[in-house]
Design a binder for this molecule. Sequence first.
Ligand SMILES: [Zn+2]
Ligand SMILES: [Zn+2]
Length: 454
Amino acid sequence: MTPGHSDLWFLPLGGCGEIGMNMNLYGHDDCWLMVDCGITFGEHPEVHSLESRQVQMADPAFIADRQENLAGIIITHGHEDHIGALPWLWPQLKVPVYTTAYTAEILRRKLVEHKLDDKVPVRVVNTGDRITIGNFTVEWIGHNHSLPEPCGLVIETRVGNIFHTADWKLDKDPVVGEPYDENVYRGLAHREITAMVCDSTCATVPGWTDSEQSVQQDLTSLIGAATGRVIVACFGSNIARLTTLAKIAATTNRHLGILGRSLINTVSVATTCGYWSSADTLVERSHLAYLPADTLLLVATGSQGEPHAALNRLSRGSFRDLQLEPGDTVIFSARKIPGNEKDIDALIERLIGMGVDVVTPESCNSHIHTSGHPSRDELTCMYEWVSPEICIPVHGEKEHLEAHVEVAAEAGVTRKLLGRNGDLYFLAPDKGIRRGVVSTGRLGIEQKKLVRLE
Ligand SMILES: [Zn+2]
Ligand SMILES: [Zn+2]
């Protein structure tokens, strides 16, 4: 199965019909281009707890069998569902990797762990760059999301152009990075975009996703009113939220501390890349026990109830340098990822049992978390600005993909290709979809080796 010189194909191997493990292929003129190579957290069907969760990724067998026709891999941003599988799968793919500097730094650390840092050619690109990769010319478009340097891609070929949005939102005050520029997106309307392959995560959510800035105000009031320690749980990669909390620490006269490996790694990457300047003012772990409770603002991993994360250990009294006390406050500045509810609820029970005040996005009327993905009004704007011929929803489960095509149609883009992993989408010369052309599946990791999961 090889695309001819008048063909333009899209083939998702992961992330279409599900949220996680994104892996997309574009095919044209004997040549394939991969966009993103991420992981997801699977679950053993019989044991519903996080202990049983394991890292899983899309099986790349289709493209590994055609490795000589793969021109390169682009990583759109540094979230695990886009980058996490690369160190595991690169030995089967062996092609250059293209990404922005912040994402490259995240990748470099992963490659070191896998002893691949001197093997994988990583080409660092900037927003606005145009690079020819095989038979594709790719231009990087800067976005807003919840971490630095997320990018969409305009992928050009002789027979058609694609706008692959990856993850995005439209944020007038993103805290990290520049506000979005409507004109950049409007400019794409003049470039005859055949298909927009677009983020569906929040396509069922009406309105506009809150700005990162709007979270600062409400978190400041909550933290300002607290009398004991405040611990804010957020995603380990969310440098925007971390920056917001650093500002709040300054205005509420609290010392900022960071608890948990992934947050410490994020701060280290952000410091290296110039997105974080206050690493040296962070309170040291060994000082936590001695500082007065009302002078501490701590950011912790574990918002999803993960068993080994800092917040879980705090809730069990097994965090070496700190014991929570009645009157302390824990704020969940993250959404519940479906599937984690039981673990999160058990965590909250334990915290309440210790006399700790718990604030969740569901339990209060304040904005204490915002998504990094576009709600319906943002999708409408993007479809009106870019005006693609066809809408291709990805990065979502069935209900999100269906809601997405509805929004696109209301915005005037009525032509759609609605499929899932393993379907082959024809974009040129004819448009259409052939179901289940490629057998897809998942790989897991057992004793540091990849295994095919049934
Ligand atoms: Zn993302
Ligand atoms: Zn994503």
